[in-house]
Design a protein around this ligand. Sequence first.
Ligand code: PLP
Length: 558
Amino acid sequence: MPASSFSPMASPKLTYCKGNHTAPQNHLKNGLSKRNGISKSLQNGTANGTSLYKKPFIESFEEAPMYVAVMTYIGYGLVTLFGYLRDFMRAWGLEKCHMAAEREEQKDFVPLYQDFENFYTRNLYMRVRDNWNRPICSVPGPQFDLMERLTDDYNWTYRYTGKVIKDVINMGSYNYLGFAENDKDFLVPVMDMIQSHGVGVGNSRQEMGNLDKHLELENLVAEFLDVEAALVFSMGFATNSTNIPALVGKGCLILSDELNHTSLILGSRLSGATVRIFKHNNMQNLEKLLKDAVVNGQPRTHRAWKKILIVIEGIYSMEGSIARLPEIIALKKKYKAYLYLDEAHSIGAVGATGRGVVEYFGVNPSDVDVLMGTFTKCFGAVGGYIAGTQELVDSLRAHSHSAVYATSMSPPVAEHIIRVMKCIMGYDGTLVGFQRVQQLAQNTKYFRRRVQELGFITYGNEDSPVVPVLLYMPGKVGAFARHMLKRKIGVVVVGFPATPITEARARFCISAAHTKEMLDAVLTAMDELGDFLRVKYSRQGESHRPPESEETNMELDA
Ligand SMILES: Cc1ncc(COP(=O)(O)O)c(C=O)c1O
């Protein structure tokens, strides 16, 4: 790879490298540059000497101090040891056993579960289970109501007290634009739709379930995304899992980001194509796999792959990172691969007018072969879409299992999505949609900046409304969520196996509907709790910028 030029970025916190450098030397998993345990995404791809990025691309994945990693492992080690001890006591009848057990008359059967399979759930998750699956009993707006529940047996079972915890600030829903609301005026057309069409369609698109509302929505989605055509489905998950198999099959290669959503993974597996995983958002690794695929072809026969499909997401909902779309497009063009982009979390949430990462990076929508997205996040509804060329959509209309066999989208849901999309596009004659997109961007910037100032380690892109705050130790994760709830703030905490074992976190989802007062209340609570639990691990303040020669960058030929 030739020496490459580095395009300057505009953050005042960073110093920039302007000269030419040799190939990256100090790469971490995401092509990051690291100093003092702090890694920042510095590389900006270039093509023919010009930057592929129209604006700075800043992501941070600060590493925990060594003592935190050690304490986290010790923490897991201790609860695992206690787990073994308690399992031993349960086996000998010294402790009451709540877990499912094989029935006496089935003793001779091959056990359906191995005892160890649920070890983690039984002994680790059970200690903090009260922080998950709390039933809510209101619209998941910026605030919601929770049903109070208590446990008398250390989280094995719960009973409801009949009380409702009212007006809890909701920092966990994917309600990025605040359209998960029960505003009467907004819902009138949806209610009219129920009266005229009912709720269910009772058939698939290919048979008798094809309504004018579906076609209206598809035309609107195509217009919104500035592509030729679109096809909508009643479920986002199935949009991925049933359409990838309609696009690729045996003899094809899928290159999949390691952090892709399970619906993409299922679709890739169901397709029968060979799947290879590249490191998250790591362009060097992706290029290596592409190069290898083109040079060596299929295993054994060395025939060329029938198709190569790169599968990525726009915003990664566990890391808060944004796909390096311009570089991926340059790579896919260079190696003549196809690109499948899942915009579940990015459509509506980023881009000046909410058109997702395509707009965010200012790339041409036609450079993405398959645009996928869901209506469950920003649109406050349900369902998914695939958009792109007319040829692509026609083919999927005929071959996708969801289009052929699944019941089509409920008409009131289609109506709701149409209303929201028209609002975002300004077709309702107001600026409400546009203002919400702008508000989300502002709220995101404000919240991220303040959380970093408080000294927490956050992951991801500065423009991503998903803000993971790293807590690391399992005991602190549970305590954090409980104490936040006492202050009427609902947060989602995530740990292993959804994250690496040492990277448990709270994941904040910012919404345009959050007011500054709400965000400030959350920040005040975080500040107090951060000191109390000692989880302000960031050393950003102490960091030095890496010397210029250590900055990483890469060059792609167009
Ligand atoms: C990236 C991604 N794709 C697809 C889906 C599935 O979408 P849905 O929940 O609308 O079925 C999700 C769900 O969260 C997701 O995060």
